[in-house]
Design a binder for this molecule. Structure first.
Ligand code: OAD
Length: 252
């Protein structure tokens, strides 16, 4: 159980830190009503097969199935608003000058809460691109300007349009992963929030930060693949833990 003393110690670490990196995953958006991937029963990958829906091969085989899956996820996300965790992180950035969020999430809730420095490792579900990136990487396409029945086509080369997200088997955007490595290696404190720590290279970042001397604090109601290397584990939902930490910081 996470005690008040643990929160106090975590707040002391945050207060003393000069350079903070925050790695977030689906858990930080769960309290906004967006399902995670791997939670039993409610997680997306507990209900759908990622190899049939989130790989380049799946899209080549059945573009409509994949496109419809992403439209379904967009519909799920549409009503979502930033929750107390997103807001607390945005406020923390105001208090700590050298503060960067590295997110695996494809929603835009960190930005909508007001976070300024957000490194997106897995793209943005709200955007689309040409599946051939015919005009450069990425060739973003505004599908609202297109007429289409099943899957929109690129107005330049007629290839199918796809969501601007990273699929299994694809490389992460080079500038994002470079920035994430850099921020993780420079950090003296890393907060790891709401990720199972199962998908690399994001999952390697806490160990990288730790090797470079950072203190690692995890916030996750359940044990994850990161917990064993974390210096401190706050076993609570992010929307509860982060505002509590922030209150302690502001109290002094
Ligand atoms: P997962 O679904 O794998 O893990 C979500 C984590 O959030 C779990 O460890 C939960 O215990 C935790 N969690 C649940 N509720 C929480 C809450 N209220 N507060 C804090 N934590 C909570 O999601 P990710 O680790 O983000 O990749 O998944 C990583 C990647 O796998 C995703 O970015 C996605 C997926 O396939 C791509 O789309 C490329």
């Amino acid at each position: 159980m996470t005690t008040h003393t643990d929160y106090q110690q975590a707040a002391d670490r945050v207060r003393a830190a000069q350079r903070i990196a925050v790695l977030t995953g689906a858990g930080v958006s769960k309290e906004s009503g967006i399902p995670t991937f791997r939670d039993a029963l409610t997680g997306l990958w507990a209900q759908y097969d990622p190899t049939a829906l989130a790989t380049p091969l799946a899209f080549a085989r059945d573009p409509k199935l994949v496109w419809d899956f992403y439209e379904f996820r967009r519909d799920l996300m549409r009503p979502a608003q930033p929750n107390a965790a997103h807001h607390a992180l945005a406020e923390l950035e105001q208090l700590k000058p050298n503060f960067h969020i590295i997110t695996q999430n494809v929603d835009d809730l960190h930005e909508r809460a007001g976070s300024q420095s957000v490194i997106r490792l897995h793209g943005r579900i709200g955007a689309n691109k040409c599946s051939r990136n015919c005009q450069g990487n990425p060739t973003l396409i505004d599908v609202a300007r297109l007429t289409y029945e099943d899957v929109p086509r690129c107005p330049y080369c007629d290839a199918f349009v796809r969501p601007d997200v990273v699929w299994f088997g694809e490389n992460l955007p080079a500038d994002a992963i470079d920035a994430a490595f850099d921020v993780s290696q420079r950090a003296d404190l890393m907060l790891v929030i709401g990720t199972s720590g199962l998908v690399t290279p994001a999952a390697d970042l806490p160990a990288r930060a730790k090797r470079s001397g950072a203190h690692v604090i995890e916030i996750n109601p359940h044990e994850s693949a990161i917990t064993s290397i974390a210096d401190m584990w706050i076993a609570a939902p992010a929307g509860e833990a982060l505002p509590r930490l922030l209150d302690l910081l502001k109290a002094d």
